[in-house]
Write a new protein. Sequence first.
Length: 232
Amino acid sequence: MTGTLYGLGVGPGDPELITLKALRLLQSCPVIAYPAPEGGASLARAIAAPHLPEGREEIVIAMPLDAGHGPLEAAYDRAAEAVAGHLDAGRDVAALCEGDPFFYGSFMYLFGRLAHSHHVEVVPGVSSLVAGPAALGAPLASRNDTLLVIPATLPEDALRARIEGVDAVVIIKLGRHLDKVRGLLGDLGLAANAHYIEHATMADQHMAPLAEAGPRAPYFSMVVVHRRGEAW
C-alpha cells in the first residue's frame, strides 16, 4: 500500500493555534516535509517544533534566494520526487505549511504535482487572514459587507481600482510596498481606518496605526481596513 501525503496547516506562528487533527497527524507521520530558505531556518518547522516527536525523517524543501519562476519550479519538482519516494514505499508524509495550505500556501505546489498520482489530504489551518484581525481587535466584515484580500505587490492603479468598490480590505505581502499602500489609502480617505500588524501571534508581534508603521514591512505583515472604521 502507498502512503498518504497530508498537507498540514500549522497556523500563523503561535504553536497553540495548530488544530487537533493536524497535531495528531504530525505526531503519527514518520516523515515530515517543509519549506525553508536556502541556508536558513524554516518558519513552518519552528511553529511545529514543540509538537514534533524525535526520530522523524525530514525533507527540507530548499527555496532558492533567486525565487524566480524557474528556480522555484525546480525546487518543488525535487521535493515532489523525494516525497513520492516515501509514499511509494508506504510511508505517510506530513507537509507543513504556515497558516493554511490553500491560502497563498506553498503546499499547493506539492499538491499540484502529486494529487493525480497519490492519495493527498489537506488539513486546513488558522490563517493570518483571521489571526491578524483577532490580534488587532478589528473584525473583518459583517452582514452584507464585501471583503477583499489583495497583495500589495500589484501596481498602484490595480490596487486603487479594486479597493474603491469594497467595504473591507486586507492587504498582504507589504514589504517594500508599505509606503505605496499608505499613500494610496490616504488618497482614498481610508488611512485613519487602517491597522497595521506584523508577525501576528508570534513572539515579536507588532501592531500600530498605519501612519506609525514603516517605512518597510516584513513579509509576514498586513494592513486591515474597514470603510466604516469598525465592522459593527
